[in-house]
Design a protein around this ligand. Sequence first.
Ligand code: DC
Length: 269
Amino acid sequence: MSWNQGSPKANFCIRTLESCGVGNRPVVPVYNRYAYTMSQDSGSTRKLIIAIDGPAGAGKSTIAARLARKFGYVNLESGAMYRALALQAIENDTSFDDETALVKLADSSRIQLEPTISGNRTLLGGKDVSVRIRERDVTEGASRISVHPRVREWMVSHQRAMGAGGGVVMEGRDIGTKVFPDADLKIFLDADPVVREQRRMAQQKIAVEVAAHVAAELRERDRRDRTRAASPLVAAQDAVVIDSTAMSEDEVLGKIEELARARQGGRTV
Ligand code: DC
């Protein structure tokens, strides 16, 4: 299976979180729907929190989605929340550099993640923005707003609320270091930068004429992720680092599945 294909399975999960604050009321995360059919795998075993971190293009999203389906877990893409806030900033003419305004905007926004059988949906104010948030202006904005410590605090508190019950595969940049430092299993998925760029180009069907430009933007976002003062992208000390450069998607998935099954049984391999 290529890095860009998912494997559909009859295991349906849906969990949404509304993160909204109105006026000066505190922000209260509310699960407004939570229903999911357990796969035979999840049975009565312990529901883990699995954190998958790493740079863009390492294959996190595909692996996290497939792993979640295998275990009957919910797959939450933390990056989609940064993207949704960046889109909200664009639509409200809020500067990506104005931390205070961004946090205010986050408080008054309704960002929902909705994992479904056909992939994750992101809703902003009830509108499906899943496709829009992958566009280049939002991608750039998400990277820029993610440097602000208070924006990150806002995100982390909501992400914790979403994953607290376990049975979740959450992917991002700081899940194992900040969001769930006690996660049952932490994976840091990495790959050679050139391979990551190639995967990203193929995934997004980037035209040859703009490929060099898009690759340069990816490198800049990488640099920003790794060098920002607040929660830079690093592997947690107790993370299992997997370099997927020369591995197939199935091999990576198999390795993580083995680790997760061991953790379910209380073992470390
Ligand atoms: O994973 P992604 O490309 O969708 O993430 C979008 C941006 O959000 C990315 O530039 C880094 C940032 N991000 C972050 O700082 N921390 C996370 N946990 C997830 C994403």
